[in-house]
Design a protein around this ligand. Structure first.
Ligand code: BGC
Length: 746
């Protein structure tokens, strides 16, 4: 783990303000004497002995458990429906308008758990007449490589959830990018488990500090949306532990989430929510996770098998974890001890997250504060990919005419869809998978930056008209988009809607063309050599346009780096064609054909350990833009690498800002494992984001977690640090590692 992470964690534990602009949730005083009923505080017994915060979380959970009746226990282990999910339950009015709720037990002082999706902001605010800030997508935030930004991200979401009457987030998506066409790539944190796990952990830590139940999802290997309810992900244990599951392991260790959501798909034959290997052997015995496991919505397939495997809570209803669970306990097919362990996990999560001690107190969000946080994170997430002849930053004194081209570039920027969707202010809720443009106008933001220039707009629908405008402008800004959503995968990585032809035509008319990408994953760029500048803005959130304009005009020096590889073409992916369900393999009926729930088709992840850059390195495939790559308006040099400390190494080196602007450099550290280890050529083991004034140098020191140098020994079921010769490399991208030193381990 990097020094940077450690310092953020220390600060986060001490006072959340240090990791962002954030505030501790309202009330640290006599709130323990209230319980939440439907989001409202109601007087409770101040005398409950488990309200004593000096007791350990385990002690408090055990004390409540002893008081509970069987019916109360069952009540805690399932949801009560979600608006729009079948016929509403009689008690639906008790919900807060989110994705579901678990009943509270007022006589014991246990609050309702009011859940909301909150991937990049709180969902469903339009339906509920509320306001939510949209942060840049999760993938964008990973491009910041900044645990402090991840902390601000989580704290903002936590505080907006609570303000709106929720005390649980369903955010925390952490599936590593094995398949970049996955429609939820924007909800995840890229292709590297150490980067993704560290950032999600910091997000969760600061989210939970607001007294909401934090969540990490979708556990596990839910790496594509096509056939997500029917697919069996086939993958080796070593590849899983060192890749997909390592991201969760780090996230659980750093963030200590109160909840883990198991995924829809099956893994090696068993659906994730009834998969003993995942839920017990790895999550409990391997990661020492103490909170509760809830199923993805409709992802529970059984009562006894799921309970034995380790599922604690069924969402959003109780097809298996209501009367059937009670009957199974009564007939002995599930023991009371097993039932109690599920309840204990729920109670642990409730006490650990603070939702018992700090009841929900609805409040008015500080909108301006949160917009400023969103803009700041967007600025740190915007990656400068190409800057020929220093076309950027734009010089507002030199430029007299600017063409802004792109669909809706006059009024907004695209956002990611599905259950992650945040509703923009000023309009009603969109339909499922509607393309939602946030009202953050690139045109207006550019006009504000260059008040003396003539700024003209063309949507680009008419390619000739756009090219004409480009020809008579000093500089051209094309805002290109690629929309994504849960519930679908992209057919390919091309920009849709004729945008490649548009960019080519515009660049031909004026080579001083800069493409700003609003995408949820990598895109291919057949025009890469024809344009001068490329800026990856991702799904940039409520203040995206201001953030991008700040980067384009140099008020912010870009510092973000790609959290995933941009390949040259789909042919270079581990699976050139997306695996889709064959005919007859979709739907509940197909899954239940044998009488027992079974996946109906498979995706075999035979690339194994070789995910993302590890694949391209191992296969010697050139890429469009490598993992960890991103330019700045200044330049950096690296020197004086020293690796010391043996099995717990510390990596020291110097980074110097060799240009004339202040900037922040993400300095990346990779390791190659000894010959014969069976590992891809290199893996990320740490990094540090270093702020440097012009000409300034700093010595950076990063302590490496030995696990990040280890392999997972499947036979021994444990991590192992192999003896032999390691190479430690340091530099500004996975393909620009200027420094190298051997590390011999006995
Ligand atoms: C998604 C989850 C989400 C849940 C509740 C599911 O379809 O996969 O990520 O939290 O719905 O909305």
């Amino acid at each position: 783990m990097t020094k940077k992470v450690l310092s953020c964690l220390t600060l986060a534990a001490a006072a959340i303000t240090a990791c962002g602009t954030v505030l501790v949730a309202p009330g640290s005083h006599a709130l323990a004497q209230h319980v939440v009923h439907n989001g409202k505080a109601a007087p409770a017994e101040p005398t409950h002995p488990w309200m004593n915060k000096a007791l350990s979380t385990e002690e408090r959970a055990d004390m409540v458990l002893k008081e509970m009746t069987l019916d109360e226990k069952i009540e805690l282990l399932h949801g009560n429906g979600m608006p729009g999910w079948g016929t509403p339950e009689a008690n639906a009015y008790l919900g807060n308008g989110g994705a579901g709720f678990v009943l509270g037990i007022p006589r014991l002082g246990l609050p309702f758990i009011q859940m909301s999706d909150a991937a990049y902001g709180v969902r469903a605010s339009a339906e509920n007449g509320r306001y939510s800030t949209a942060l840049p997508s999760n993938l964008a935030s990973a491009a910041s490589w900044d645990p402090t930004a991840a902390c601000s991200y989580g704290a903002l979401i936590g505080s907006e959830l609570r303000a709106q009457g929720y005390n649980m987030t369903l955010g925390g998506g952490t599936n590593i990018t094995r398949e970049p066409r996955n429609g939820r790539t924007f909800e995840y944190l890229g292709e590297d488990p150490v980067l993704a796990g560290t950032l999600v952990g910091n997000r969760i830590k600061c989210e939970q500090a607001q007294h909401v139940v934090g969540d990490i999802k979708h556990y596990a290997v839910n790496d594509q949306e096509s056939g997500r309810n029917e697919v069996n992900s086939i993958i080796g244990k070593r590849a899983m532990r060192e890749g997909d599951l390592l991201a969760f392991e780090i996230g659980v260790k750093v963030g200590d989430p109160a909840a883990v959501m198991c995924s829809y798909n099956a893994v090696n034959g068993d659906f994730s929510c009834e998969n003993k290997y995942l839920l017990t052997d790895v999550l409990r015995d391997g990661f020492h996770f103490k909170g509760f496991v809830l199923s993805d919505w409709g992802g529970t397939h059984s009562t006894v098998k799921a309970s034995h495997a380790g599922l604690d809570n069924e969402e959003p209803l109780y097809d298996f974890y209501g009367p059937k669970l009670k009957a199974a306990v009564e007939d002995g097919s599930i023991s009371m001890a097993e039932l109690d362990s599920h309840v204990r996990h729920m109670l642990y999560g409730e006490f650990a997250s603070g939702i018992v001690d700090y009841p929900i107190q609805k409040s008015v969000i500080d909108v301006e504060r949160d917009l400023a946080i969103s803009r700041h994170i967007a600025e740190q997430s915007t990656v400068l990919l190409q800057n020929k002849d220093a076309v950027l930053p734009l010089d507002r004194n030199e430029i007299h005419s600017i063409a802004v081209i792109g669909e809706n570039a006059d009024m907004g920027m695209i956002s990611g869809g599905g259950s992650a969707q945040v509703d923009p202010p000023g309009r009603p809720a969109g339909k499922w998978q509607e393309h939602i443009w946030f009202p953050t106008s690139p045109l207006k933001a550019v006009e504000a930056k260059a008040p003396n220039a003539k700024v003209s707009f063309a949507s680009g629908k008419d390619v000739n008209e756009a090219a004409e405008l480009a020809k008579k402008s000093d500089v051209v800004l094309v805002f290109a988009y690629q929309w994504e959503s849960e519930g679908m995968d992209l057919p390919n990585l091309s920009l849709p809607d004729n945008q490649n032809a548009l960019i080519e035509a515009v660049a031909k008319a004026n080579p001083k063309t800069i493409v700003v990408l609003e995408t949820g994953t990598a895109v291919t760029m057949p025009w890469v050599n024809q344009v001068s500048g490329i800026v990856e803005a991702w799904f940039a959130g409520s203040k995206g346009a201001d953030a991008v304009a700040n980067v384009l005009f140099g008020d912010v020096n870009p510092s973000a780096k790609l959290p995933m590889t941009f390949p040259l073409s789909e042919a270079d992916l581990p699976h050139p064609s997306l695996v889709i369900p064959p005919p007859g393999a979709s739907g509940k009926e197909a899954v239940m054909r044998s009488g027992e729930a079974k996946p109906t088709f498979s995706v075999t992840y035979d690339e194994g350990l070789k995910v993302g850059y590890k694949w391209y390195d191992a296969e010697n495939k050139p890429v469009l833009f490598p993992f960890g790559f991103g330019l700045s308006y200044t330049t950096y040099s690296y020197s004086d690498l020293k690796v010391s400390g043996g099995h717990e190494p510390t990596v020291r080196f110097t980074v110097k800002n060799t240009g004339s602007r202040a900037g922040s450099e993400v300095a990346e550290i990779y390791a190659s494992l000894p010959e014969g280890s069976g590992e891809p050529p290199k893996r990320l083991i740490g990094w540090s984001k270093v702020a440097l004034a012009p000409g300034e140098s700093k010595e950076v020191s990063v302590s490496i977690d030995p696990k990040y140098l280890s392999i997972f020994d499947v036979d021994a079921n444990s991590w192992k640090l192999l003896p032999g010769s390691y190479t430690i490399e340091v530099g500004g991208s996975s393909k620009a590692l200027d420094l190298s030193q051997k590390l011999e381990l006995k």
